[in-house]
Design a protein around this ligand. Structure first.
Ligand code: KG4
Length: 370
């Protein structure tokens, strides 16, 4: 007898959420149902959608928002409106590039927080609407967990570059600077974090006072390649444990610049490469000093970096240097997985799907870590 592929043979209810996972008779008997996860990311100013099939990334589409450049920072209301415009075409493109129809999706993973509430709401509402229409489970993802798990994104079956557990991950972005001890995909301990500004935020603000535009990170990176990192010395914090602080560096940079500009109004124009190189070196030194201490204390040699600032050339070089000097095995993500992207949300969804960690329809977005 021909098996009806659409026949629902098994409806397993998740005890936690009540969501149901359906398998057809054909799929179950052949035990080769493809697990296809759509990931959606909208926590800040990037609208992104990605598709992963059986653990392998098929597409990762991101629409960035140039509208904020004129304001020197992300304007939440404008970000939210841009997400509304972008979300449908971005998801559509991600499905098309993956060669997957929405009816084939097994679940939808989405960033639930932390992030800008107006931005998050667009992705969360879209994910809920689509999941309800398709009658498939939803998987809520913590954005920061997604950044760490970006190291598990596989671009092909043979891609085996993921770190083994436990490993340390330096998570550095515009909103966070953390050292995370990763014991399992769902067992992460923040052993150090910034007590004020994040590394990316400090770089962006220093870049702004130099009149270099937003976001400053990539501009500082580019200029730093042509400058002398020892030209100027800025304040480094003395904070106990593995925690960070970047507000002192920001103030030190500002005050130095004010004094130099008083003597030479064209100081920035003449010295921007050296300023960028010295700023970058200070940030990298601060980050690596604590990370090195944590790795030594915990006797961990598998060390990863994640988040937008992990795109930085100086930081990547410092990682390679530490690998040589201290025998670390290092994990540096591809550029496309450093800044906000949905591939990292989808891969987190893959882990959670395997454990049937679904979330209820009423789960609200959250702007801060719960
Ligand atoms: O992770 P991300 O895209 O967004 C969140 O904050 O979640 O990180 C953005 C941050 C910004 O501060 C940006 O200036 C910084 O990453 N960034 C860089 C570089 N590329 C992006 N910082 C230093 N060097 C870079 N090449």
């Amino acid at each position: 007898m021909m098996e009806n592929k659409k026949q629902i043979a098994n409806v397993a209810a998740s005890p936690k959420t009540g969501w149901t996972v359906r398998e057809s008779v054909a799929e179950k008997s052949q035990n080769k149902k493809k697990i296809i996860i759509l990931g959606i990311e909208s926590s800040c100013d990037d609208t992104s959608a990605a598709v992963i099939r059986d653990g392998v990334l098929l597409s990762n589409v991101t629409a960035s928002q140039a509208v904020h450049e004129a304001y020197g920072g992300v304007v939440p209301e404008l970000a939210s409106r841009a997400h509304q415009q972008n979300i449908v075409p971005v998801v559509d493109q991600a499905l098309k590039r993956a060669g997957v129809s929405k009816n084939e999706l097994s679940a939808i993973a989405f960033t639930r927080g932390p992030g800008l509430m107006g931005s998050l709401l667009v992705g969360v509402s879209f994910a809920k609407g689509l999941a309800a229409a398709l009658d498939i489970p939803m998987i809520d993802v913590n954005h920061l967990q997604g950044h760490v798990l970006a190291h598990f994104i596989k671009e092909s079956e043979n891609d085996n570059t993921a770190p083994p557990f436990p490993f340390l991950c330096l998570l550095v972005s515009g909103g966070n600077s953390q050292i995370v001890l990763v014991k399992a995909y769902n067992d992460m301990q923040i052993i150090g974090q910034t007590i004020d500004d994040a590394a990316g935020e400090a770089i962006d603000k220093c870049s702004k006072v130099m009149g270099l535009g937003y976001p400053g990170g990539p501009v500082i990176d580019r200029l730093a390649r042509q400058g002398n990192p020892e030209a100027y010395h800025f304040a480094k914090p003395a904070i106990p444990g593995y925690d960070y602080s970047f507000s002192g560096l920001k103030t030190s940079f500002l005050y130095h610049l004010r004094d130099w500009l008083a003597e030479d109004p064209d100081f920035i124009k003449h010295h921007k490469e050296d300023l960028a190189a010295s700023l970058e070196k200070t940030v990298v030194d601060i980050l690596m000093n604590k990370l090195r201490r944590a790795a030594k204390d915990l006797k961990i040699r598998h060390v990863a970096v994640a988040g937008g600032v992990s795109a930085n050339t100086g930081l990547r070089e410092a990682f390679k240097d530490h690998a040589r000097k201290f025998g670390w095995t290092i994990y540096i993500p591809k550029f496309s997985y450093t800044t906000d992207n949905a591939a990292m949300i989808a891969i987190t969804g893959v882990f959670k799907y395997a454990d049937k960690e679904f979330c209820p329809m009423e789960a609200p977005a959250y702007s801060r870590v719960q």
